[in-house]
Ligand binder design. Structure first.
Ligand code: DMJ
Length: 646
């Protein structure tokens, strides 16, 4: 019976039955007890070493981390998780022991490190708390450093951005708008002199007449002419700004740019010259756009040009001379052959309006000038010559008067330059130019007994042996067109001949400046006889022609002639408050007219500066000058890169 009470698998050791259940239970208990001891030991261990630290925020976190570490170390092989005892395999207690040893080692290392800190603190006589404070200070220093570093990074990014803008600035606009410093020191000195003259003219305008159209350099106040109507449009600012840019007078240029951006407006009501507004304002703004790529100028140019459009509303499309900017009503000058429009005026829109259409995408401007072109191309020309007056209602010529000077001049200039501007595609312009200069060379070009070549005027059936200062531009034009003509030599000689005659008109005066008009009559050659033709108002045409001749021939005399003109300007026209015109070029001490014309800054000084610059500055195969010397880009030879707006 007692035997049947024993389990079947009862084992005996030395005849003594071994109670199996108790044996198994004892092994499990061993593990549990070991775990409890280990955990308890760890808690005591932690408490022993860390409890003093619990006062300290930093230490509390450390202890938490350590307990987390203990758990992580134990649990992979079993341990206490979520209040449950997790079993281990028999072998696992070996791992458990290893883990505990590892943990103890780790703890010892940490404590040693902390001990060192405390030790160090002791050495330096710093309490544990102070060590913590130092740590906080270090942390806040670290924050400060981070802030500084962040700011430095921000600054660096801004610098990079600015550099990119500078690079963009350098690349924006058309090609060859700045630079051209000559290597010859003498030439450099002369160029620097012109720059100084520009500064003198500009600074005085800025000081005494800012915002007015022009400057009175002697009475030191603003001035305006009837061509600007009654508005203060800052004509000098718009006319001069591209010259400032080309001469790299950047502080002055920026001032001009700011004024144009913030104060220039055509919104006032006034009647003004359509032609002058186009060549000075539209041309000036377009040139600034092309040189700099700054779209602000394009927008302003469009606004101004739109004010002129009502003047083109005539039965023929030939615009009238004046327009009211408010009402849009237009009319012609009373003195112009019974209400006719003037050839030089209505024939000098092409360069600006074609470019405006190209950059604005609005065809209206180009349409207007193409209409003028067609009228002029189809109308019959008496003796192949273009009279200066055309009736915009009937489409018939007015008084028969042909001149390369006043009233006709820039019409011829724009035919050649329109062809050049189009990348030599505007064939109609080229044909009209060739035919016009052929007729002029046959009918109007003369040689004086003294051997001076000039272009006479044709008036009411007879020749008038007179040439205007204005007509002197034609020397440069003939030379510029020569290599594209059927007789290069003929037109180069014609250009050189006129350049020489116009120089003579300067050389034969007391002031070494040329008169408004000069005649070839009997013994008089290249001199003016009438008192009302003896004045010089800072006009550019003679130095303009010398500039072209210099670029095209490299004959030193053209530079010399322009240097002579500079000296004459300094002697007779420079005053304390800028530059003035003179009333009689034949007087040794001429009376001065007290007007600094805006074209002196736009044209005269620009052409002088370019004469003493390398050809890389405004190269003639990339730019054409409008008749106010505002350079416009040649299609497909000079791509204008627009500056991004910020
Ligand atoms: C300028 O306004 C232009 O050159 C225009 O074509 C003629 N007159 C003056 C300068 O003399």
């Amino acid at each position: 019976m007692a035997a049947s009470l024993l389990p079947v698998s009862q084992k005996f050791i030395n005849g003594v039955p071994v109670p199996q259940g108790r044996k198994t239970l004892r092994l499990k208990e061993k593990y549990i007890i070991l775990l409890v001891f280990v955990t308890f030991g760890l808690v005591c261990f932690g408490a022993f070493f860390f409890l003093p630290d619990l006062r300290d925020r930093v230490r509390l976190n450390d202890v938490k981390n350590r307990i987390r570490n203990v758990n992580e170390m134990i649990i992979p092989h079993g341990g206490i998780k979520g209040g449950e005892v997790i079993r281990h395999d028999v072998d696992d207690h070996k791992h458990l022991n290893e883990d505990v040893i590892k943990f103890q080692n780790q703890m010892q290392r940490d404590l040693a490190r902390e001990g060192r800190v405390v030790e160090m603190g002791k050495k330096l006589n710093i309490s544990k708390k102070d060590v913590v404070n130092i740590k906080d200070e270090i942390d806040s220093e670290k924050d400060k450093m981070m802030k500084i570093r962040k700011e430095e990074e921000k600054k660096k990014a801004e610098n990079e951005k600015e550099k990119a803008i500078k690079v963009e600035m350098e690349h924006a606009g058309g090609e060859g708008g700045q630079g051209g410093e000559p290597s010859d020191p003498d030439v450099r000195k002369k160029r620097e002199k012109v720059r100084e003259m520009m500064k003198h003219a500009w600074v005085n305008y800025e000081k005494h007449a800012w915002g007015a159209n022009e400057l009175r350099p002697i009475s030191k106040r603003g001035h305006s002419a009837s061509i600007f109507g009654s508005l203060s449009l800052g004509a000098t600012i718009i006319d001069a700004a591209d010259t400032l840019y080309i001469m790299e007078l950047m502080d002055e240029y920026k001032k001009a740019r700011d004024w144009i951006a913030t104060s220039f407006s055509f919104e006032g009501a006034s009647e003004l010259s359509v032609f002058e507004t186009n060549i000075r304002f539209v041309g000036g703004l377009l040139s600034l756009y092309a040189l700099t790529g700054d779209v602000m100028y394009k927008r302003k140019a469009i606004k101004v040009a739109d004010k002129l459009l009502p003047a083109f509303d005539t039965p023929t499309g030939i615009p009238q001379s004046m327009v009211n900017t408010k009402t849009g009503s237009a009319r012609n000058w009373g003195w112009a052959s019974g209400g006719c429009s003037i050839l030089a005026e209505f024939g000098s829109f092409h360069l600006e309006f074609v470019y405006l259409s190209e950059i604005s995408g609005k065809s209206v401007y180009k349409d207007k000038v193409m209409k003028i072109r067609e009228v002029l191309n189809s109308i019959e020309k008496p003796n192949g010559l273009y009279p200066n007056y055309l009736n915009p209602r009937t489409g018939r010529w007015g008084q028969s008067h042909t001149a390369i000077g006043a009233l006709g001049d820039s019409f011829y200039e724009y035919l050649l330059k329109s062809w050049l501007q189009s990348g030599k595609k505007d064939e109609m312009a080229k044909k009209m130019y060739d035919e016009a200069v052929q007729a002029i060379s046959e009918k109007l070009v003369k040689k004086s007994p003294g051997g001076l070549t000039y272009v006479a005027e044709y008036k009411s059936g007879r020749l008038e042996n007179k040439m205007d200062h204005l007509g002197c531009f034609a020397g440069g034009m003939f030379a510029l067109g020569a290599k594209y003509s059927d007789n290069e030599e003929k037109y180069m000689n014609l250009g050189a001949g006129i350049s020489n005659t116009c120089h003579e008109s300067y050389a034969r005066s007391e002031t070494k400046l040329g008169p408004e008009a000069f005649r070839f009559d009997g013994n008089t050659e290249a001199k003016s006889i009438r008192q009302n033709e003896k004045y010089y108002i800072l006009r550019p045409e003679v130095v303009e022609t010398h500039f072209y001749m210099w670029r095209l021939t490299k004959d030193q005399k053209y530079r010399d002639w322009n240097w002579e003109a500079i000296q004459a300007l300094e002697k007779n026209c420079r005053v304390d408050g800028g530059y003035t015109g003179v009333r009689d070029v034949y007087q040794s001490n001429p009376s001065q007219d007290d007007v600094q014309q805006s074209f002196f800054l736009a044209e005269t000084l620009k052409y002088l500066y370019l004469t003493f610059s390398d050809d890389s500055l405004i190269p003639l195969d990339k730019w054409v000058f409008n008749t106010e010397a505002h350079p416009l880009p040649i299609e497909s030879a000079n791509k204008v890169i627009e500056k991004k707006e910020r």
